[in-house]
Design a protein around this ligand. Structure first.
Ligand code: NAD
Ligand code: DAU
Length: 347
């Protein structure tokens, strides 16, 4: 039986890492990548697989039925072949959702429904919806999100992801679609767009520029190396139970300030670069993940420690300076100037 995976958002950060992993671990699978190439999508991330037999890029928007149909047509195999969908495509940045929520609703909510409808029409064997721990809201000093923690999203981004999770749930219950939902904590690693904290501070610190820390910097996030997330998604795709939600986390909670200090130490850059700026409105204070379900049911656990994967990540951004220069040009530059003003301008 042949397998084809339709990946949405495969030109983004996690999607491109997932495609690289699939090529390595499931070399026989065909891959179709549907991506609109928004400011966050970059075909260069997949340059090494572009010409590979069995890989096909479809430039299209998940909000448009005709684009989604074109991707399914490209993914169509012979009778009896297996068709899987892994859905990454989204507007993913909380700060942008605060500036303008509408693209988050159209892509994350409407786009997900368009895909779910198409998945039913095309008899998809398994649909994995890649979601986030942010749908659970924020935690106090103790405790961790479990899969049965009530959804309590606080930003337009997380509200749109929670809405899409509910649409996936409804497709399972109403239409019998075989779908799973994953909810992961903060990822780091190669190909992350430098609007997100970690690549932003690596890039700025390397150039001796200020590192913007929102509020007091004592917000807590759980950090997971992107390759571990990609492997967890593959494990859910192959071994998850229909209709189930799986939390994915790194068991690696730290404050933003502690994280930034680790980057500074890695680069031997001075603490004086740390610059406190106005806090993010509605900023969630603490996230932590209880990932015992995926470990117990599927046997997934992270393989990378923060101590090994942070240096790998810092080295990657230090060596891929041309990639960084290119993604920091154009639309990103305008956004950066709006977000941080002249003081933090990377130019
Ligand atoms: P990203 O912003 O780097 O990439 C998103 C990709 O989706 C881009 O390639 C973009 O071009 C594409 N896209 C956006 N709108 C589209 C549309 N309308 N049609 C088709 N393609 C479109 O995002 P990421 O950080 O790689 O996140 C991927 C997924 O994982 C998202 O669903 C996000 O919510 C989720 N997630 C991210 C993290 C994280 O730490 N980055 C953690 C947990 C979950
Ligand atoms: O938790 C999973 C989520 O992680 C994903 O669902 C999102 O798609 C992804 O973007 C990420 O969201 P965050 O808001 O946590 O990531 P970000 O890198 O934007 O911010 C991490 C923390 O650092 C957060 O507490 C805000 C803070 N921050 C961020 C930026 C960009 C700063 O202090 N300064 C900054 O300049």
């Amino acid at each position: 039986m042949n397998t084809t995976v339709l990946v949405t958002g495969g030109a983004g950060f996690i999607g491109s890492n997932f495609v690289h992993m699939l090529v390595e671990l499931r070399p026989d699978w065909r891959i179709v990548n549907l991506d609109a190439l928004t400011y966050a999508g970059n075909r260069e991330n997949l340059a090494a697989v572009e010409d590979r037999k069995g890989y096909r890029f479809v430039h299209g928007d998940i909000r448009k039925e005709e684009d989604v149909e074109a991707a399914f047509a490209a993914a169509k195999g012979a009778p009896g072949d297996r068709l899987l969908v892994v859905h990454f495509a989204a507007e993913s940045h909380v700060d942008r959702s605060i500036v303008s929520g509408l693209p988050f609703v159209t892509t994350n909510v409407v786009g997900t429904q368009v895909l779910l409808d198409a998945a039913r029409r095309h008899a998809v064997a398994r649909f994995v919806h890649v979601s986030t721990d942010e749908v659970y809201g924020t935690l106090g000093a103790t405790g961790a999100f479990r899969e049965d923690t009530p959804l309590s999203p606080n930003s337009p981004y997380s509200a749109s992801k929670a809405a899409s999770d509910l649409l996936v749930r409804a497709a399972v219950h109403t239409h019998g679609l075989d779908a799973c939902i994953t909810r992961c904590s903060n990822n780091y690693g190669p190909y992350q767009f430098p609007e997100k904290l970690l690549p932003l501070v690596i890039a700025n610190a390397s150039e001796g520029k200020p590192l913007p820390i929102y509020g007091d910097g004592l917000q807590v996030r759980d950090w997971l190396y992107v390759r571990d997330h990609a492997e967890a998604i593959l494990a859910v795709l192959e071994k998850g139970r229909k209709g189930e939600v799986y939390n994915i986390g790194g068991n690696n909670e730290m404050t933003n300030l502690a994280l930034v200090r680790c980057v500074l130490a890695e680069l031997a850059a001075p603490e004086s670069l740390i610059t406190y700026v106005k806090d993010r409105p509605g900023h969630d204070r603490r996230y932590a993940i209880d990932a015992s379900k995926i470990r117990a049911e599927i046997g997934w656990a992270p393989r990378f420690t923060f101590e090994t994967a942070l240096p790998l990540t810092v080295r990657w951004y230090r060596s891929e300076t041309e990639w960084l220069q290119r993604v920091r040009s154009g639309a990103y530059r305008e956004y950066y100037a709006r977000q941080y003003g002249a003081r933090g301008d990377p130019a």
